[in-house]
Design a protein around this ligand. Sequence first.
Ligand code: 5CA
Length: 141
Amino acid sequence: MGGAHEVVDLGLSARTAADAARAVGCRVDQIVKSLVFRLRDSGRALLVATSGAHRVDEAKVAALVGETLERADADFVRAETGFAIGGVAPVGHVKPILTLVDEHLLAFDEVWAAAGHPNTVFRLTPAELVRMTAGRVVTVA
Ligand code: 5CA
């Protein structure tokens, strides 16, 4: 990610969006939750970059991608992204991953995402998030 996106070590474990918002001092809506699902038919991974304020509506997202979603377990998340749950970044995965971006994140000038570890985050603009993930902006909640 180079110098443009500095990784901030929070000095504490922020495994949830609420923890991260408190540590950063931003709104919980501005936290990017990088949620991984498994597509039931193809077995492929799907990353939904979700506002910390939102719960993914799995039926809605399934309709968008044309496949039923399953919750990914920790091993699947690790295998598909290289990260452990609680620190999954929206970028920098071990292999390409189909990505959707919650349109609510585009309401903010800046958002914060995990940087690969529960203690770390980085700040970026929603436009950068969309570009860096090649994500499709959709209604997920
Ligand atoms: N570091 C924080 C803020 S950026 C973070 O990574 N938050 S998160 O929302 O992206 O990651 C936590 C999410 O992991 C939870 O919302 C939950 O959806 C998911 N999760 C937690 N435990 C499990 C589990 N056992 N199996 C699958 N998913 C889980």
